[in-house]
Ligand binder design. Structure first.
Ligand SMILES: O=C(O)[C@H](O)[C@@H](O)[C@H](O)[C@H](O)COP(=O)(O)O
Length: 244
């Protein structure tokens, strides 16, 4: 894995294989979970749909299946498609079958002092090749919501059209945000999302993934080499701090 810290409170991790990425993601989640349980007695995590769920598989294996305190986990979805929960498009069904067999509680882990939003310990996001995260799509008015925590859309450019989703204020209030992207079709969006919009085209400023900027938390990108292939990681544009 190569790791870069392009800006304060943000890190990019690039992996050689999906196995290596799943292993590191499990360790990352385990560490955030342990810290959260130690500090407050529980761990509030929000999940997304898509390929992300298959990368959670290592959490079901040793040592995590035994060492994690699953009873302290509060699991949420950062977005959900408006379909029955046993429908093939349901993020709940995907996560339940691919990862969870636990009881799901609804709770909130406290309130962000700076934004008055619920403050999740960890929000795990996938990113579409158009740069959408959760069900926040480029140029959609849902991106402008400042006061709502959750909203719905009926015109998703990708099926199904009806979805509910966390808004940017809730996402950006989290203590930790991880965005996972794999495949070369994500490379352009990754590049725009991590670039500094002050020296790039306007497209990056309005890209949902670029608008993920934690207020007082930390953002970690989990990328495979293909998704990282448009990043110029060779000339010091990103400060590399470890490789192994
Ligand atoms: O329900 C959804 O649509 C997801 O929550 C969505 O935000 C997903 O995480 C990305 O679209 C990445 O998935 P893909 O790689 O399949 O686009």
């Amino acid at each position: 894995m190569a790791s870069y810290e392009p800006k304060k409170n943000s890190e990019i991790r690039i992996f050689e294989s999906s196995d290596e990425m799943a292993t590191d993601l499990a360790e990352y989640i385990s560490q955030v979970s342990e810290i959260s349980v130690k500090e407050r007695g529980y761990f509030a995590i929000a999940l997304s749909g898509g390929p992300l769920v298959s990368f959670l598989r290592k959490l079901c294996d040793a040592p995590y299946n035994k060492t994690l305190d699953w009873s302290k986990w509060y699991i949420f979805w950062s977005d959900e498609r408006a379909v029955a929960k046993n429908h093939a498009d349901s993020n709940y069904k995907l996560t339940k079958e691919g990862f969870l067999s636990k009881v799901v509680y609804i709770a909130c882990s406290g309130v962000s002092e700076s934004t008055d939003c619920p403050k999740f310990d960890l929000i795990l996001l996938g990113m579409g090749s158009d740069g959408h995260v959760a069900s926040l799509f480029p140029n959609h008015q849902a991106l402008e919501l400042k006061d709502d925590w959750v909203t719905y859309i009926t015109d998703s450019p990708q099926p199904p059209p009806e979805r509910i989703t966390f808004t940017l204020p809730v996402i950006n209030s989290a203590s930790n945000i991880a965005i996972l992207a794999t495949g070369v079709d994500k490379a352009t969006a990754v590049h725009l999302a991590v670039s500094d919009s002050s020296d790039g085209p306007d497209t990056s400023a309005s890209l949902p993934a670029h608008m993920v900027q934690p207020t007082d938390g930390k953002l970690v990108w989990f990328l495979d080499k293909a998704a990282a292939s448009s990043l110029d990681t060779s000339d010091g544009a990103y400060q590399q701090h470890r490789e192994y």
